[in-house]
Design a protein around this ligand. Structure first.
Ligand code: NCD
Length: 307
């Protein structure tokens, strides 16, 4: 039985297969409408979510399966003090697969150790978010036609942004990918990403503070929200929350074919005036998230691809 806890749980070849499957689903959705008939996904969300939870649920419904779960810790037995280990043992009796989001780093890993069904990490604290990464990879591949030979700018809260950590970890496995890491000094990427992921793999990267200067060299700009819920001090959040705002003026500095991604939700970091720019890809990214999660559910449940 397999889980998805970290983007590296799948090899590059397996990710290729998964993205191919997701693309086939995109073009032939009817073919997949019953491949998970009778299967259930449990969405165990101990932290707020709109897209991730609903896209897992939409994905399972699109495959003919059904969904159960909870959307906040307060409405689950966690509020009574139940451990993740006990919850997953019980959920294993109700569902065939589960997606878990939890404020504590490593909670889905603990769940996987006590689970008899596949566990998908749907975001664990400021750590990882691998299903978002699969979504990001499918989006980049669809926009640029490749996952190699590009310069990726990641901008905003690189410290607490788990989507950033997972995306960097996944992209270092493709040839000739360079990174420009744009953040205020307080929100730089964590040491383990800098040392164990970037430096350990001899990846070309730079850490800068100025978005305007970085814009012209980027093929992808991945904007992120300042992660309010992970700050210890409200004053720090208020000081940093509007450190970058992408607007029409800034978009003029970018390549004609540079695409803007964002895992969403957006707060202020992308001005709504950018939404009409053909390079704004963050709502298309949401749609890819459903196809990729359909492919992920099929892969982890070992459902045969229909002919
Ligand atoms: C992200 C998350 O939860 O980490 N959202 C998402 O899953 N699409 C990004 C965020 O909350 O800022």
């Amino acid at each position: 039985m397999r889980h998805l806890l970290n983007p590296l749980d799948f090899s590059v070849e397996e990710i290729d297969q998964l993205l191919n499957l997701a693309t086939d689903i995109e073009h032939n959705p009817k073919k997949y409408a019953h491949v998970c008939d009778g299967k259930k996904i449990a969405t165990l969300f101990y932290e707020p979510s709109t897209r991730t939870r609903l896209s897992f649920e939409a994905a399972m419904l699109n495959l003919g399966g059904s969904v159960l779960g909870f959307s906040s810790a307060s409405s689950s037995s966690a509020a009574k003090g139940e451990s993740v280990a006990d919850t997953i043992r019980m959920v294993s009796c109700y569902a065939d697969i589960c997606a878990m989001r939890h404020p504590k780093e490593g909670a889905p890993l603990v769940a996987s150790m006590h689970s008899s069904i596949p566990v998908i990490n749907a975001g664990d604290g400021g750590h990882q978010h691998p299903s978002q990464t699969l979504t990001d990879l499918m989006t980049i591949h669809s926009l640029l036609g490749r996952l190699s030979g590009m310069t990726v700018g990641l901008c905003g809260d690189l410290k607490f942004g788990r989507t950033v950590h997972s995306l960097i970890s996944a992209l270092v496995r493709y040839p000739d990918v360079k990174f420009v890491l744009i953040s205020p000094p307080e929100l730089r990427i964590p040491e383990y990403i800098r040392e164990d992921v970037l430096r350990a793999n001899n990846i070309e990267f730079k850490e800068v503070g100025n978005l305007d200067e970085a814009m012209p060299e980027l093929d992808i700009l991945y904007m992120t929200r300042v992660q309010k819920e992970r700050f210890f001090n409200e004053d720090d959040y208020i000081r940093l929350k509007d450190c970058y705002i992408l607007n029409k003026e800034k978009m003029k500095l970018a390549k004609e074919k540079m695409f803007v991604l964002h895992p969403l939700p957006r707060v202020n970091e992308i001005s709504v005036e950018v939404d009409d720019d053909p390079r704004a890809a963050y709502f298309r990214q949401v749609q890819y998230g459903v196809y990729v999660r359909m492919a992920l559910i099929m892969t982890l449940l070992e459902v045969e691809k229909p002919c």
